[in-house]
Design a protein around this ligand. Structure first.
Ligand SMILES: [Zn+2]
Length: 248
């Protein structure tokens, strides 16, 4: 009999019981079984979700894995139906290592007798919203640090693409609400100020009549180089700045 990528019933049962029939998302923790109107039955509201996707179209699919590895119990995580859907919507927010951490933390919590959240303040909780903002800040910094090069290669025109990207960056960060990370908000403000500086310099250098004899023209390119370097440096530092806040 050939082995498919799906979990067998035996594996599904084991994952549910290992999780004490509770969703492994630390911010959810909903029970995944409930009484049915028929006293002899129960309603199951959870599922054994794949960490590495079962099929090429699934989230976190790894083509180098075998179906035996995909259907292995170690590739599963027990979640409520709604969290199982959520983790497949955007794999950049719920990467493999992140889900493995959820499962390990959850099973340790169950093994410890499911202590109440109040009495367990030090519990490690991964933060999808913070992770999302970290990724967004990082990719925006990367965009800014390569903007001038893209401009010189004709891949972007003037400063329009820079400002368009800035607006969508501001919007998506705002959408996550207050993140309670000291220094992050001031860092973001600094990034925005420097983007506007960059916009002015790009416009001056790419304007219809750049005047090489104008002293401001000579310094503009130096200033752009300094800004590019600043964005690249921020991109390097952002992981270190935000890493401690992703797990508490
Ligand atoms: Zn859940």
């Amino acid at each position: 009999m050939s082995i498919g990528p799906d979990f067998t019933k035996k594996v599904v049962d084991a994952l549910a019981k290992r999780a004490a029939q509770i969703c492994s998302n630390p911010d959810c923790h909903n029970p995944t079984s409930a009484p049915h109107s028929n006293p002899a039955r129960a309603v199951i509201l959870g599922e054994a979700a794949h960490i590495n996707g079962a099929r090429p179209t699934s989230a976190r699919y790894d083509p180098n894995m075998t179906d035996q590895e995909r259907s292995h119990p170690s590739n599963g995580i027990w979640l409520c139906v709604s969290c199982a859907k959520k983790i497949d919507k955007d794999e950049s927010i719920f990467p493999v290592e992140f889900l493995k951490q959820w499962r390990a933390n959850h099973e340790a919590w169950v093994a410890g007798g499911c202590p109440s959240k109040k009495g367990n303040q030090n519990k490690v909780v991964m933060r999808p919203a913070r992770l999302k903002v970290r990724n967004e800040v990082k990719s925006f910094l990367h965009f800014c640090s390569t903007y001038w090069t893209m401009h010189c290669q004709g891949m972007v025109k003037g400063s329009n693409d820079l400002i368009r990207e800035l607006h969508s960056f501001e919007k998506s960060v705002d959408a996550e609400g207050p993140l309670s990370i000291p220094n992050l908000e001031s860092r973001i403000k600094e990034i925005i100020i420097n983007v506007w500086k960059m916009q002015r310099l790009v416009d001056r250098l790419a304007g219809p009549n750049p005047r090489p004899l104008d002293s401001t023209y000579d310094t503009a390119e130096d200033n752009i180089d300094a800004l590019v370097e600043w964005f690249a440096q921020q991109e390097k530092e952002i992981d270190e700045l935000l890493e401690p806040y992703l797990t508490i």
